[in-house]
Design a protein around this ligand. Structure first.
Ligand SMILES: Cc1ncc(COP(=O)(O)O)c(C=O)c1O
Length: 401
């Protein structure tokens, strides 16, 4: 029997790796900017970018060169010393966020959320009292898979398998002011949300809602924590999605695209709040690793020099317009929503898996967030021509479902 190279690796993967993902039978062995190549040399156009980790594209030359130089010098000096790239990246993050004064580095999104929960609780206990630890998060949110982040992730089907979860979370409805009002009490220490909910189905927060959240947080001394793990670094048309709302968070959590493919996450906050994290309160062995941080610096420079946030805004508008034309043609398309190059396409029927598999067969990588919703998160360096190719594919294939 002639087993293809893709299938050979796929079968070995199924044998030796835990089945926490429903993996598709393709193995990518090479990638460059918006393209991927499988083990048999076929080329694919990427509209998922490693789950939103590659805003600057796969193996971006700028990032690769910075990494090559760094790993030859020092990779992991350990956190009882500062390392140069960690300090430079922290400074850069404070500058580009325009509100940040201190940074804590972690290795992933979920780890950064855990740290943000701890920071908010510690600050609240230091400033008020130790009963003031409740955090309000939102239905359909996604903040990660570790137990604290999972407690914040108000998706019962993901939570119920791992109860009891971390106590102290209450869940409101995105864009519903009264649902938040009802939950606020003297023990509320923070409100945590994604400006555009990603994994939950691509639902943007309304401008009025976000402004109301900022105001109520100011009024009641509650911390506003924004999870920009997916929306950060140009994805929604601005460097950070909160800039679309003209507000600042008290704590910002980022990860994914900051590393250009390297594992990194960060918590960014003001000096006043960050002061609650003194020596011994929090830590991470690999957090702020010199290699990951040098990649982060290269990513930010590349984003700024190439105005990728601006491109994301313009290309996002173009993409949205094209998808709206498809929606007009086919009743099966229920809704198109998103911001910049973070777009969800919801159908009236559970057709998402069929479309994902069909696109893969035709060498386009797309992703679903539910049985009826596709999510597009291309690298921000894609072109109009790339978008046209996907839209044409959708036009032909939606007609046939
Ligand atoms: C908004 C948001 N928060 C948190 C996470 C968790 O990040 P990680 O998978 O790096 O732990 C994700 C991952 O998809 C995310 O999209």
């Amino acid at each position: 029997m002639n087993i293809s190279k893709n299938m050979e690796i796929f079968e070995q993967g199924n044998k030796y790796l835990m089945s926490t993902y429903s993996r598709l039978p393709v193995v990518f062995v090479k990638a460059k900017m918006q393209y991927l190549w499988d083990a048999e040399g076929s080329k694919y156009l990427d509209f998922i970018a490693g789950y939103g980790c590659l805003n600057v594209g796969h193996s971006n030359k700028f990032v690769v060169n910075a990494l090559k130089q760094q790993i030859g010098k020092i990779i992991q000096p350990s956190n009882i010393y500062f390392n140069q790239s960690q300090v430079k990246l922290a400074k850069k993050l404070c500058e580009i966020t325009e509100f940040g004064e201190k940074v804590f580095f972690a290795n992933s999104g979920t780890e950064s959320i855990e740290g943000a929960i701890k920071l908010a609780r510690k600050y609240s206990a230091d400033k008020y009292n130790s009963f003031r630890y409740e955090i309000i998060s939102f239905e359909k949110s996604f903040h990660g898979r570790t137990l604290g982040a999972l407690a914040a992730t108000a998706q019962p089907e993901k939570q119920k398998l791992f109860e009891p979860l971390l106590a102290g979370f209450k869940y409101a409805v995105l864009n519903d002011i009264s649902s938040v009002s009802k939950l606020i009490n003297e023990n509320t220490c923070a409100i945590l949300l994604e400006p555009v909910q990603g994994e939950g189905g691509v639902y943007p927060a309304d401008k009025k809602f976000m402004e109301w959240l900022r105001n109520i947080c100011n009024e009641k001394n509650i911390l506003l924590i924004l999870d920009e793990i997916q929306t950060g670094f140009g994805r929604t048309g601005k460097m950070f999605a909160y800039k679309n709302y003209n507000i600042y968070p008290d704590i910002l959590v980022v990860a994914k695209s900051l590393g250009g493919g390297m594992p990194i996450g960060a918590i960014i906050s003001t000096e006043k709040i960050s002061d609650s994290f003194g020596p011994g309160t929090h830590g991470s062995t690999f957090g702020g690793n010199a290699a990951a941080c040098v990649a982060g610096l290269a990513v930010i420079d590349y984003l700024i020099e190439n105005n990728l946030p601006g491109k994301s805004m313009k290309l996002g508008q173009y993409f949205l317009k094209k998808l709206m034309q498809i929606k007009k043609k086919y009743a099966v398309v229920k809704e198109i929503r998103g911001a910049g190059l973070m777009i969800g396409m919801e159908f009236n029927k559970p057709v998402a898996e069929k479309l994902v598999k069909g696109a893969l067969y035709d060498k386009i990588v797309i992703n679903k967030v539910s049985s009826s919703t596709l999510r597009f998160l291309p690298p921000l360096i894609i072109t109009k021509k790339n978008i046209d190719r996907l839209v044409k594919w959708l036009d032909v294939n939606i007609k046939e479902i």
